[in-house]
Design a binder for this molecule. Structure first.
Ligand code: ADP
Length: 494
């Protein structure tokens, strides 16, 4: 598993994470919205039901207050039969006269009346929440009163905040283990549950308003979530393409900087300059020798003039030789002394391998880099060092083209063979170098490759020498070829 694979996996994971978290955020926002709506509805339900219940206390208090002092129907008692038609939740109004009993003759009503007399407010009696019924008893003098309430009619449908049949919210009224279902709601098997429980705002009717909402998975905003995922994936793909484009552009710029292209241009310029510089002395040399040849052929030969012509020819030949020498010095001994600086060799190797990633990929070669830990910095000129490593790796890749893909191996080892020196070995498992070629590798223009210039290794050698380093071919043991670059460490050991 190589670096590219790791990078791809990391990018895919990051993309999945981004898509997942944005979809999760959308789901979370929807759940919060549903919870807020639920809590609002539950509070409205509690307020509405409380308002209805408080009415019962008010009706009982009014009956107690307005009852006639003498027994018999008069005052508010005259209105008793009409109350159920005004308040549909009141099924019946019961009255116990001062000297009588409750019409329903229920002991629970007596007990509730006693409690009411003790507490001073109405008391719940005979609760049957399954049927939605209970009595509310208020003890007063001379007569006491009780309302028979039907919970079904307590729900104010005209003000109700939701449709009681289709709403997913379940609402019940609970008291002492009994429950009256105000609306059933829907309860999916799995999902998120929100709950609400609050006692009615009537101390005489200790009923809890209980609301519950279960949000099922199908209520999540799947379309929006999938849309987000798709958008994130598209953005990631676009970002990756952009990033690749930038890397490719940077690589091309870097290659140009390294002088791969510039070097060939320079070579062309060098050849043109050389041709121009040499043309003149060679032409003069040719005409001088031709003149001498002609003069010597005369009868009698004009020896003096021929000698002068030959002397001029020698002078021109020397000039031509000087031109060549000057050019060679220029090419072979670049002056790097002023540009040396401490560099990390592993980083330089890494940069070159990054630059050559497409070349490696094209040949199915995965470079194996092994670096000793704690390598000291080297003293080198950055571009020259890159140029050398680049040429060595490129040569190795070209050599590897000649062996089957499965056998292609390229190793780069970094170590410190002796204190004060850092060594880079570039070893390939290609066909190797035949003995007759080994001697001539560093000669300018020696090449065995069709289209090769034979300038790579001589250039590397002269660059290495200019930096106080050395470049050598390792002895030919094992498979393939290995080149060893030995660089001075930046801080020489004492
Ligand atoms: P070029 O690559 O243009 O031929 P170089 O100076 O870089 O010039 O290389 C000279 C010659 O050395 C190559 O033509 C090739 O025969 C030989 N050579 C260099 N590196 C290797 C290698 N790793 N394996 C086999 N032969 C190599």
């Amino acid at each position: 598993m190589n670096k590219a694979w790791h990078r791809r996996t990391a990018a895919t994971l990051a993309c999945l994470l981004a898509a997942g978290s944005s979809a999760g955020w959308l789901a979370h926002a929807r759940l919060q919205q549903l919870q807020a709506a639920f809590e609002t509805d539950a509070r409205i339900v509690h307020r509405l039901l409380s308002q209805r219940m408080v009415q019962h206390d008010a009706i009982l208090s009014t009956l107690a207050l307005l009852q006639p002092a003498e027994p018999g129907l008069g005052g508010a008692d005259a209105a008793l039969p009409r109350l159920p038609s005004v308040y549909p939740q009141i099924l019946d109004v019961l009255r116990r006269p001062a000297d009588g009993t409750w019409p329903a003759a229920a002991p629970e009503l007596d007990a509730a009346e006693a409690t009411s007399r003790a507490t001073g407010h109405a008391t719940l009696a005979r609760p049957d929440l399954a049927a939605g019924r209970y009595h509310l008893v208020l003890a007063s003098t001379p007569a006491s009163y009780a309302l028979h309430i039907d919970l079904h009619a307590t729900v104010p449908h005209d003000e109700w905040p939701m449709d009681p049949v289709t709403s997913p919210i379940r609402v019940t009224l609970e008291h002492a283990g009994q429950a009256f279902t105000v609306q059933p709601g829907s309860t999916p098997a799995r999902g998120w549950t929100y709950g609400f429980r609050k006692a009615l705002a009537s101390p005489s009717q200790p009923l809890d308003v209980v609301a519950q909402r279960v949000v099922g998975w199908d209520e999540l905003p799947w379309f929006a979530m999938l849309g987000w995922c798709a958008a994130t994936a598209a953005a990631a793909v676009a970002g990756r393409a952009l990033w690749r484009h930038r890397v490719a552009r940077r690589r091309a710029e870097e290659l140009l900087r390294l002088g791969q292209v510039a070097r060939l241009n320079t070579l062309g310029e060098l050849a043109a300059g050389m041709a121009h510089e040499l043309n003149q002395p060679l032409t003069a040399l040719l005409s001088g020798t031709q003149a001498a040849q002609r003069l010597l052929g005369d009868d009698p030969p004009d020896l003096d003039t021929a000698r002068t012509a030959m002397a001029r020819a020698v002078e021109q030949a020397r000039r031509a030789s000087d031109v060549v020498g000057r050019l060679r010095r220029l090419v072979e001994r670049p002056d790097l002394a002023g540009q040396m600086q401490p560099l990390q060799l592993p980083a330089a190797v890494h940069d070159v391998l990054h630059l050559l990633e497409p070349e490696c990929r094209a040949r199915a070669v995965v470079p194996e880099v092994q670096a000793e830990p704690g390598l000291p910095a080297v003293l080198a000129e950055p571009v020259a060092l890159q140029q050398i490593v680049h040429n060595l790796v490129m040569n190795a890749l070209q050599a590897l083209e000649q062996v089957p893909a499965a056998e292609r191996r390229l190793e780069l080892r970094l170590g410190t063979p002796t204190p004060g020196q850092v060594q880079l070995t570039v070893r390939d498992h290609g066909p190797g170098i035949p003995p007759e070629a080994r001697e001539r590798l560093f000669e300018p223009f020696f090449t065995t490759r069709a289209g090769g210039l034979g300038l790579g290794l001589p250039l590397c050698e002269s660059l290495a020498q200019a930096m106080g380093a050395s470049l050598q071919l390792a002895p030919g043991n094992g498979r393939g070829a290995a080149f060893v670059l030995l660089l001075p460490a930046a801080t020489p050991t004492p």
